[in-house]
Design a protein around this ligand. Structure first.
Ligand code: C2E
Ligand code: CA
Ligand code: CA
Length: 542
């Protein structure tokens, strides 16, 4: 094959690398014996665009020349640069599969030892797609389409690798069928929303739910998301599906009205494609309004990996969603390497601890320490933590002991169809703990009259308050923790407290007034304790 390459005329040569260009490869292919077989390899440089963007085109060109040499030296066959950072190599069918694999592996490792700037080499790698034993009687484009598809699969599987076409021919076939079916499937209502409960592990109350899509295929039955989501992400259909699922969630949620679980937050997964759509938050609001659902009951889950790729767009989108009142969570937290930056930069409501991260870490002592500290860090940053993939009692004990009471996992329930979820919700919201408020207006009873606080100390009284028709509590003051009001233990099932007060100090002491709350326990959910209000407070600046 080399002799043919040497005979190429100038118009068929790539000016930059001296390899054959796109035109040259078609000319060469036309000259081959139609009865013969060839193998083809498609090579793409991973992250090449970033090199151009960061270091400029002249460095980019130098890198292309260097990689072209690596390709010709290792393949010793007919190599062409198709344009940009894409190369195709054709091999004679006498070349064995082992030697093609060997060549691919040598090129992959060779990338790391190129004579080039190390900072640049650390960015780039090769994704290689291979197709074997193709008859030259077919169009070159058909062969290229196969090795191109194999190359995309290599990229999809994480780059810096090779993929052989025949190994996933079946997947392509399935994907092609799915692509043909998806628009109709959406129109025919074949996509359904399943709800997976999020549960408070301490009280076993229902806390919320995650909406997950299911494709109920008329012939195949239920298709799980991993058979279609990755493909829809590639072909863009995911945006339509996400919006459909979101609207279904709003519609179904509106049918819950009157039930104890009517207002639980429901989360939906949103693909990265929405990130570039400036109208996205407005579109969500319009749909929520249509069904009379408050955005504060809807949560947008965005997976951690998106933040790595598009962090600035992402931060902007998170802020806009929250400004509209939506809850936002980072999904699969701990599955990538961006964790700390995310915590630093993103003002989200909730972190969802990745299930693989939990499964891999919860049995080893270092892993446990990491989980414990991640949870504690999130709490310190006033973010909720939800642990995904809870399957065993041991995991519940461990995670609750780390201070995370909310979980989602097969231990409680798998994703359920709407009626199954309604049954679950009915059952699990029975012992739901309502929030209690204590107005301390003439009594220590909670507003619903169910709970009663108690005085601890002397000199408390109810006196004419700031408003004519209200009595307010007179705190006698005193030394540290001397005179306190204790609120019953059962209020501790709430994880948040709001305290507002009118203060009318009779005597101004530098130590009196303002608020001081002490939760008389160490671990919120494990030790009995009381919430205690005291009067020994300090007004700043007095
Ligand atoms: P995800 O968002 O991380 O959803 C949680 C996945 O974990 C679900 O898989 C759920 O069934 C599974 N799971 C729940 N509890 C357990 C457990 O205890 N153990 C184990 N091993 N797994 C558990 P599912 O439903 O197959 O969904 C897979 C992924 O597909 C989701 O992962 C989500 O990223 C994506 N997805 C699903 N529906 C949609 C959608 O409508 N739009 C978008 N953009 N993505 C979706
Ligand atoms: Ca999710
Ligand atoms: Ca997840």
């Amino acid at each position: 094959m080399e002799s043919i390459q040497n005979n190429q005329n100038l118009a068929s040569l790539d000016y930059l690398t001296g390899l054959v260009n796109r035109r040259g490869i078609y000319e060469y292919y036309a000259s081959l014996d139609k009865k013969s077989l060839i193998h083809a390899m498609f090579i793409d440089i991973d992250n090449f665009k970033r090199v151009n963007d960061i270091y400029g085109h002249s460095i980019g060109d130098k890198l292309l020349i260097c990689i072209s040499q690596l390709i010709s030296e290792n393949t010793r066959s007919f190599a062409a640069r198709m344009g940009g950072d894409e190369y195709v190599v054709l091999f004679d069918a006498s070349c064995s599969e082992e030697s093609i694999i060997d060549i691919s592996e040598r090129m992959l490792t060779g990338m790391q030892t190129l004579d080039f700037r190390k900072d640049i080499l650390s960015l780039v790698s090769l994704s290689i797609g291979i197709v074997m034993n193709q008859s030259v009687s077919q169009q070159l484009d058909d062969i290229l389409a196969k090795c191109d598809a194999a190359m995309y699969q290599a990229k999809y599987d994480g780059k810096n690798r090779y993929t052989i076409y025949k190994e996933f021919e079946k997947t392509i076939e399935i994907n092609r069928n799915i692509e043909l079916e998806m628009e109709d499937a959406l129109a025919n209502g074949e996509f359904e929303v399943y709800f997976q409960p999020k549960v408070n592990m301490i009280t076993t109350d229902l806390y919320g739910a995650e909406a997950l899509s299911r494709w109920i295929h008329p012939a195949d039955g239920i298709r799980p998301p991993d058979t279609y989501i990755p493909l829809f992400e590639k072909n863009g259909f995911i945006s339509k599906l996400d919006m459909y699922i979101y609207e279904e969630v709003c519609r179904i949620k509106s049918t819950w009205s009157g039930n104890a679980y009517a207002h639980i937050p429901v989360s939906v997964n949103m693909s990265r494609l929405h990130l570039y759509d400036r109208q996205f938050p407005d579109k969500l609001i319009t749909i929520a309004n249509k069904y009379n659902i408050s955005p504060t009951e809807l949560e947008i889950e965005i997976t951690e990996s998106i933040f790595i790729k598009d962090s600035s767009e992402m931060i902007c989108m998170v802020n806009r969603l929250r400004a509209q009142g939506f809850l936002v969570s980072i999904d699969d937290f701990g599955s990538g390497f961006s964790a700390l930056n995310l915590l630093k930069d993103l003002p989200v409501d909730t972190i969802k601890l990745d299930k693989e991260f939990l499964h891999e870490s919860a049995n080893i002592s270092r892993g446990k320490k990491v989980i414990r500290n991640v949870i504690s860090m999130c709490r310190d940053l006033k973010m909720n933590v939800v642990t995904e993939g809870i399957e065993t009692k041991e995991q519940i004990d461990f995670i609750t002991s780390c201070g995370c009471p909310i979980a989602q996992g097969f231990y409680y329930a798998p994703p359920l169809p709407p009626d199954g979820f309604a049954k679950f919700a009915q059952e699990y919201s029975k012992n739901s703990h309502q929030s209690h408020s204590f107005s301390l207006n003439g009594s220590l009873l909670s507003s619903d009259g169910l709970l009663k606080g108690e005085f601890h100390g002397k000199g408390f009284a109810f006196q004419q308050g700031i408003f004519k028709d209200s009595l307010s509590l007179y705190f006698p003051g005193g030394s540290y923790e001397e005179n306190t009001v204790l609120i019953p233990e059962s209020t501790l099932f709430n994880d948040s407290y709001t305290i507002s007060m009118w203060i009318k100090p009779k005597v101004l002491h530098s130590w009196s007034c303002a608020a001081y709350i002490k939760l008389v326990f160490l671990q919120l959910f494990h030790r009995p304790g009381k919430v205690c209000l005291t009067a020994a407070f300090v007004i700043p600046g007095m």
